[in-house]
Design a protein around this ligand. Sequence first.
Ligand code: SPD
Length: 329
Amino acid sequence: MSNSESKPAPGTAEQMINAGWYTELSPMWPGQGLTLKMKEVLYKSRSDFQDVCVFESESMGTVLLLDGVIQCTDRDEFSYQEMIAHIPMCSLERPAKKVLVVGGGDGGVLRELARYPHVEEIHMAEIDKMVPEVSKRFFPEMAVGFSDPRVTLHICDGIKFVEDAPADSYDLIVVDSSDPVGPAEVLFEKPFFEALHRAVRPGGIVCTQAESLWLHLDIIKALATMCSQVFVGGSVSYATTTIPTYPSGQIGMMVCAKASSAQPGGGEAGGAEGAGAPLDPRTPRQPEPGALPALGVGELQYYSHEVHTAAFALPVFAKKALAGCLTFQ
Ligand code: SPD
């Protein structure tokens, strides 16, 4: 091995492991890093796209890292997966039948979408086949979503998949991406959102991972501004959730509703708020989903209608910073 080969690459899990402790370091959260005590590294490999690492932690159960960044842990994954799935699902005016997840290869969002009996088709476009494989092996409680007969897994470029989808074909598209560095960067750019807007039906919703209020207000502002340019006549709102193992303990999602046809640039029926009004996602309209005994999925642990509405209430500093960029806040 040459000198350069023996050094761990920047941003990889090796670089962040020291004396049995893992620290999550990234230029996206400079000067800070969550540290977890490790029991054992269970898996470490390089896929065609990224470093994939799984370790057993002392306090948070099994942890999945992609390029050294925490994607999920046994202990708190339900917060993010429930919120990014149920906020948009319960906001829809009519029950979703056809849904798409872009990314999300661990399967947690699939598991949440599978709770709805009215859903007929669940598609996932995941670029990295190693992620579902590793999840099935080390995170059976998340990966259970892959066993639902309504799920089709497409290992492919999510952008191309969305671009190739027929117009107006999904009730909901969830973009469960990693951070906008590396393979997921393009999932935060305008051409992808234009393709998402085309693929979702009038009155449907696109819900995307939208980073932390404490660290990424600039990213959130730029994302909200861009989404408003794309979802003309619809609505763009930011919902938040707490999660101890994501940077600063908080992450949000951008909830973008496509105009219905009664609205400028949109499709058909007006919202419950009146014809022509953009959909207000702060109001839950569909019942809270229950357990899914067939797959061994228990009751919800984070999401409720009460939490749904509260998730759109932003702290004062964030509300000020995002003033004018969001439709409902
Ligand atoms: N900072 C990490 C953000 C990761 C968001 N996606 C996680 C995937 C969980 N299904």
